[in-house]
Write a protein that binds this ligand. Structure first.
Ligand code: NAP
Length: 335
């Protein structure tokens, strides 16, 4: 399959850059979409590989957003849809999070059905936010797995703040894709990758280390604490971004992943654990120590119990642990 051309939407994103890098390392040809020419040029110069090219798709919310690239590139056989708003800073949750996530997904699938009949494998980057319950929807005794759904409704996602709005955007985009496949019966199979919080280094050089994408910024936030600061209680489940990217490739290369959700996650994390690991490996960094004795209470109040053994059996590789991921992330940020 290594002569295939893979399309990656949102190719300049944190996760997508790793996907692009790993695809190229496996000799795939890659066409990525970005929202502007300047983002495309920046990415092309980072990637620096003749098997990579980009197209500009300013808005995935436009019905015909993906028509042209699919009409011009009948050699595309795999479509990875990663583009979706990832931000908690929005004025209007429905307009800025829910609609672009849902409409962008449906527009991609409808375009593939119309103009990409040769495409048989589609991977959609969903999120642990579609699977796990958070905030008021969190159940401390439940064991979540690949069949679980965050119980939040569309109306609740719209009205309970941007974080729940984001989780809702991923849930309802995923449900819209499932409905599309059921009603339209396209040529392709869809696999969903539903990762939890991604940490790990950026795939390429980082131009601006002051503010990273939402999940990588969690580690940056801890690095910005000052000695003597009280560390806020916050935690969840982590996956290394390099493994999440690799899961996207398994998602279309494997026969066993067709129609499945891959819940990619390994260790729990808290701000305190991250601070502890940074202190252990980078004693020169002056941040609070990190108190691991707080973890149990934090886990009980906000970190889901889960069983992703079905995913791990499909992935078939060992996942990077939290300590290694934090060390690799911080090394890149301190250079
Ligand atoms: P990211 O770095 O912010 O990348 C998001 C990508 O989507 C960027 O290319 C962005 O383009 C594009 N995008 C956002 N809104 C868009 C819109 N309205 N129209 C077109 N493109 C749009 O975030 P990421 O963490 O890599 O996320 C990639 C995917 O993984 C998303 O689907 C996200 O929901 C999912 N995910 C991420 C995590 C995580 O921990 N990072 C966990 C679970 C799931 P611009 O650069 O132009 O804004």
């Amino acid at each position: 399959m290594t002569s295939s051309t893979v399309f990656v939407s949102g190719a300049n994103g944190y996760i997508a850059q790793h996907i692009v890098k790993q695809l190229l390392a496996k000799n795939y040809k890659v066409i990525g979409s970005v929202r502007s020419q300047s983002k495309g040029e920046d990415l092309a110069s980072l990637v620096n590989n003749s098997n990579f090219s980009y197209v500009v798709i300013p808005s995935i919310s436009d019905k015909d957003a993906f028509y042209e690239v699919l009409q011009k590139h009948p050699e595309i056989t795999v479509f990875l849809h990663t583009a979706s708003p990832v931000t908690f800073e929005v004025d209007d949750v429905e307009r800025d999070l829910l609609r672009p996530a849902i409409d962008g997904t449906v527009n991609a699938l409808a375009a593939i059905k119309k103009y990409g009949p040769q495409i048989e494998r589609v991977v959609i980057t969903s999120s642990g936010g579609a699977v796990l319950g958070f905030d008021n929807y969190f159940e401390s005794d439940k064991i979540y797995d690949e069949e679980s759904w965050n119980p939040i409704t569309y109306e609740e996602s719209k009205s309970s703040g941007p974080v729940n709005g984001y989780f809702g955007s991923k849930k309802f985009a995923e449900l819209a894709a499932i409905e599309f496949v059921e009603t339209e019966k396209p040529n392709f199979d869809v696999t969903f990758v539903t990762p939890v919080y991604n940490f790990g280094p950026q795939a390429y050089e980082v131009k601006d280390k002051s503010k990273l994408n939402v999940s990588a910024e969690v580690v940056n936030t801890v690095l910005k604490f000052k000695k003597g600061d009280a560390i806020p209680e916050f935690g969840n489940i982590f996956a290394d971004v390099r493994d999440v990217a690799r899961a996207h490739i398994v998602a279309f290369e494997s026969e066993n992943s067709k129609g499945k959700r891959l819940l990619v996650g390994t260790d729990n994390f808290t701000y305190d654990t991250i601070a502890y690991i940074i202190n252990k490996h980078f004693p020169e960094v002056e941040i609070p120590q990190g108190d691991l004795s707080k973890n149990e209470a934090i886990y009980k109040s906000m970190v889901q119990k889960y069983d992703n053994s079905k995913t791990n059996a499909i992935l078939g590789f060992d996942l990077i642990g939290l300590e290694q991921s934090i060390v690799d992330t911080v090394k890149q940020l301190l250079v």
